[in-house]
Every structure is written in C-alpha cells, then in structure tokens.
Design a protein around this ligand. Structure first.
Ligand SMILES: [Zn+2]
Length: 67
C-alpha cells in the first residue's frame, strides 16, 4: 500500500501516478492535482491534504500544552 506523496491519502493498487526523480527517489501521487502541486506548494499549507490536518492537530496539541 502506498500513500500519496503530496496529500497523504492511501492509493489503491494500480491507481495513481508513480514519479521517479533523476536521483532515484520515488514519489506516488493519487491524482494529477497532487502531481502538479508537488514541488510548487508545501503540502502542510494546502488545506485539502492529510498533512495539513496533521500539522493542525500538532499545533492544537502544542497550544493545549502551553495552558
Ligand atoms: Zn494526493
């Protein structure tokens, strides 16, 4: 099982885009949308990604600890 390198969603077998960089690094993308956003935007700053949600949760937790 692979997860999308951009949004963090799980990929179904045989679906999505596999992208190999010149240095041999492999990325998987669930859609063209994620593929085109990759490298241009920080997934932690894009609202529809899993990473955005994770970052938000981490921030909420840190805020709660400060109280
Ligand atoms: Zn994706």
């Amino acid at each position: 099982m692979y997860t999308c390198s951009f949004c963090g969603e799980e990929l179904e077998e045989g679906k999505g885009i596999m992208f190999v960089k010149n240095n041999g690094e492999i990325f998987y993308f669930c859609s063209n949308k994620c593929f085109s956003n990759h490298g241009m935007r920080n997934p932690a700053k894009v609202k529809w990604t899993q990473r955005f949600k994770q970052e938000k949760e981490i921030k909420m937790k840190t805020l709660q600890h400060r109280k």
